[in-house]
Design a protein around this ligand. Structure first.
Ligand code: 5AD
Ligand code: SF4
Length: 469
């Protein structure tokens, strides 16, 4: 077996984290071992994101940093995959000619073949496919954290949000069959995974394409396929926690809230992208819900799921956004009382419809609005966390705290980050009960009251999943 080494850097979203774990699995099944430093790796893979412009800039900066390494060691293989590779293709290879392989969003399974081709080629090997040949979930995985797994339930997106590059890069929505998803989750549970996050660009439209093609299988037709899937995944033995991201407010159905309430494993956590609180801006974004509908969903979630934590994505400075529009975003944000928010300055993405809209907002104005929104979301996050102090919560321990070596970090079912003192049994993968003692906007401190369930000893060898189609 080869003793070659690899290093993977992931840019962007959770879908990419999932894809990187698959790429790592593919490389390990070829005999590669991970190293923590690109300088020491025989193969460096960047899994790229194109959602916002700063991701582009970061990637090109980091690719430039690899040039001296490649010059010093021409045998080093440099691979760029993912959304930005799909978007820039030959342009990327021309800009950074020291890259060996460029592949897109649809063909990670071809990595072994592309690497073999690169071995015997002078020029970069570029392979960008229009359509997915197989779900990346069907590939072996090497998971970052042994007890957590990403599970992709659909890829692509049928929506046309005018700011978003995803549909043009990842294609139309394609759902995986429910049986394949459940089989994968069963395999994961047998392998020690106790938490899964179901991934799709719009989980609420999951399965529509299967129904269209008559491939949805037998099910209870009084629930949407996504609600049914939450039930099916939540019933898998050994899976304690099920999360999902992202839903779309226009397609959200009450049966999903009911599943979040009724299926014990499904966590009390909802990530519901708002994007803007202004109805005028939502219309220009081609997001077909309005702020009242959004706030109704928030109210329904809070009424149906006791203790639910709600997070969101918000874009500031979309073309044409006025001060009045932005005031609406502040109003809806305050009314929704988000527990956490990912806030973004609008980023111009060539190829998206928003580029041609009038009224592009002055960057200084965008920056100032961004700051006001960040101040508000920080205040709301702190208030949400402070309300938790004194409560007792179940934590799933992730690993050592990044800032305090005497503590370990874990997540509540609501996805709050909690740091607790290290102690016997308080190890990655353990479920513990902790009393929360102090709050900051983005974390809490706690004291462990009991270890509920410690994991079986970690297995050193890489994890290989069964191949599913
Ligand atoms: N500019 C800024 N933010 C964007 N997002 C997507 N496209 C853009 C863009 N062009 C944000 C949205 C989405 C999140 C993943 O990224 O808020 O929900
Ligand atoms: Fe982009 Fe909208 Fe699809 Fe989300 S729903 S991936 S924002 S087009």
């Amino acid at each position: 077996m080869s003793s070659k080494t690899y290093f993977i850097r992931t840019f962007g979203c959770q879908m990419n984290e999932h894809d990187s774990e698959r790429a790592a699995g593919v490389l390990e099944s070829m005999g590669y071992r991970p190293v923590p430093d690109p300088a020491r790796a025989d193969l460096v893979l960047f899994n790229t994101c194109a959602i916002r412009e700063n991701a582009d800039n970061k990637l090109y900066g980091q690719l430039s940093a690899l040039k001296p390494l490649k010059l010093a060691d021409p045998g080093k293989t440099i691979v760029v995959g993912g959304c930005l590779a799909q978007k820039d293709q030959e342009g990327l290879a021309a800009k950074v000619p020291w890259v060996d392989v460029v592949y897109g969003t649809h063909n990670m399974g071809s990595l072994p073949r592309l690497l073999a081709q690169a071995d015997s080629a002078e020029l970069p090997v570029i392979e960008i496919l229009e359509h997915t040949e197989m779900f990346p979930s069907a590939l072996p995985a090497r998971r970052e954290v042994r007890h957590h797994a990403w599970v992709s339930i659909s890829i692509g997106c049928d929506n046309t949000c005018t700011f978003c590059i995803v549909p043009s890069l990842r294609g139309p929505e394609k759902s995986r069959r429910p049986g394949d998803i459940v089989t994968e989750v069963r395999g994961l549970a047998a392998d020690g995974v106790r938490e899964v996050t179901l991934l799709g660009q719009n989980v609420n439209s999951y399965g529509r394409d299967l129904v269209r093609r008559g491939e949805a299988g037998e099910g209870r037709r009084n629930r949407t396929l996504f609600a049914e899937l939450l039930h099916a995944v939540g019933e898998v033995d050994g899976i304690d926690r099920v999360r999902f991201t992202s839903p779309h407010p226009k397609d959200f159905t009450s049966d999903v809230f009911a599943a979040m309430r009724d299926v014990p494993a499904v966590c009390e956590q909802l990530h519901l992208p708002l994007q803007s609180g202004s109805d005028r801006v939502l219309r220009r974004m081609q997001r077909s819900y309005r702020s009242a509908r959004y706030l109704d969903l928030v109210a329904e979630a809070r009424a149906t799921i006791p203790g639910v934590a709600i997070s969101t994505d918000i874009i500031v400075g979309f073309p044409g956004e006025t001060e009045d529009d932005f005031a609406e975003t502040l109003r809806v944000t305050e009314a929704a009382a988000f527990d956490s928010a990912f806030t973004f300055e609008y980023s111009r993405r060539p190829g998206t419809a928003a580029v041609d809209l009038d009224g592009h907002v002055d960057p200084a104005v965008v920056g100032e609005r961004y700051q006001r929104l960040a101040d508000l979301t920080r205040r709301l996050s702190l208030a949400g966390n402070e309300a938790q102090v004194g409560t007792v919560q179940e934590l799933l321990v992730e690993g050592p705290s990044k800032t305090d070596p005497s503590r370990v970090s874990g997540r509540t079912r609501t996805n709050r980050l909690v740091h607790v003192p290290a102690g016997p049994g308080v190890v990655p993968g353990a479920l513990v009960r902790a009393r929360l003692t102090r709050a900051a906007p983005h974390w809490l401190l706690g004291e462990v009251e009991a270890v509920l369930d410690a994991p079986a000893a970690p297995r050193p060898e890489p994890v290989l999943l069964p191949v599913l189609r």
